[in-house]
Design a binder for this molecule. Structure first.
Ligand code: PEP
Length: 256
C-alpha cells in the first residue's frame, strides 16, 4: 500500500483556545470525505488549545487529527513548565513535533535532546514528526545533505525498526522557514530522497518505504503541487499558511 500524504499545520505560538475552536470548525466545514480519503490532515496547536481541539474533534467525530509542537524528554516529575508524552497521549494527540528548528535555535536543542524527545514520544504511543534541515551557510557551502543526514542519525539513536516505520520526517531547510523563500521541488527531492536512502541503510527497505517524508518551508497553495509531484515527498509541514483556514484547505487539496 502506498504512503498516505500528510499535511500538518504548525500553528506555532498563534491562536488561543477559542480561536482554535473557530479555526478547526472552519477546516471541518470546508474539508470533505474526498479530501480525507486522499490526505491525512493534522493541526499542531499550542498546548493550551489541545483540550478544546480534542473536545471538538471527538464530539463532532471529525477526521482531522491533531498533535503538539513539543514534549518533555521526561515522563513526569520536577520539570516545571514541561509537558509529558503521557499527557499528550491522554489528550488524544496523534503527533508531536520533535526538533523543530525554532526549538533547536531558541532552546538550544541538540540532536541528543531531540533523540530523547523522539524516544519519549514512542514510550507514550505518540508519533514523532522529526524535523531536520540545514541553515543557509550550510546550504551555501553544499553541506545540506550531509548535515540533514547527521541530524537524522542523531535523532534516531535507539529507535527500533518497528518504531521507525511509523515516524514522520519533516525536511525543513531553515532558510525557507517563514521567509517566503521556498526550496525548489528538485532541491527538496534531493534531500528527501537522501533521507529515504539513509533510512534503508539504518534499518531496511521496508522501513524506508513506509516512512512519510514531508517538506516544510514557506509552503503555500501556489507551490504545493510542485512539491507533491516528487517521489520522495509525502506531504508538507505548513507554518504561516496554516493560520488561514481557506489557504490551508487549498494546500490539503494540493493547490486545486
Ligand atoms: C514551520 O514552522 O514548520 C514552517 C515550515 O513554517 P512556514 O511554513 O511559515 O515556513
Amino acid at each position: 500500500m502506498g504512503r498516505t500524504p500528510l499535511i500538518a499545520g504548525n500553528w506555532k505560538m498563534n491562536l488561543n483556545h477559542l480561536e482554535a475552536i473557530n479555526h478547526v470548525q472552519k477546516l471541518a466545514f470546508s474539508l470533505n470525505d474526498k479530501d480525507f480519503n486522499a490526505v491525512e490532515v493534522a493541526v499542531l496547536p499550542p498546548f493550551t488549545d489541545l483540550r478544546s481541539v480534542q473536545t471538538l474533534v471527538d464530539g463532532d467525530k471529525l477526521r482531522i487529527v491533531y498533535g503538539a509542537q513539543d514534549l518533555s524528554p521526561h515522563d513526569s516529575g520536577a520539570y516545571t513548565g514541561e509537558v509529558s508524552g503521557a499527557m499528550l497521549a491522554k489528550l488524544g494527540c496523534t503527533y508531536v513535533l520533535a526538533g523543530h528548528s525554532e526549538r533547536r535555535q531558541y532552546h538550544a536543542e541538540d540532536d541528543q535532546v531531540v533523540n530523547s524527545k523522539v524516544l519519549a514520544a514512542y514510550r507514550h504511543g505518540v508519533t514523532p514528526i522529526l524535523c531536520v534541515g540545514e541553515g543557509l551557510p550550510v546550504r551555501q557551502a553544499g553541506g545540506h545533505v550531509a548535515h540533514t543526514l547527521a541530524q537524522l542519525d542523531g535523532a534516531l539513536q535507539k529507535v527500533t525498526a518497528e518504531q521507525a516505520k511509523s515516524i514522520v520526517i519533516a525536511y525543513e531547510p531553515v532558510w525557507a522557514i517563514g521567509t517566503g523563500e521556498v526550496a525548489t521541488p528538485e532541491d527538496a527531492q534531493e534531500v528527501c530522497g537522501a533521507v529515504r536512502t539513509r533510512l534503508a541503510e539504518l534499518y531496511d527497505g521496508e522501513v524506508a518505504e513506509a516512512v512519510r517524508i514531508l517538506y516544510g518551508g514557506s509552503v503555500k497553495s501556489g507551490n504545493i503541487a510542485g512539491i507533491m509531484s516528487k517521489p520522495d515527498i509525502d506531504g508538507a509541514l505548513v507554518g504561516g499558511a496554516s493560520l488561514d483556514p481557506a489557504e490551508f484547505v487549498k494546500i490539503c487539496r494540493f493547490g486545486e
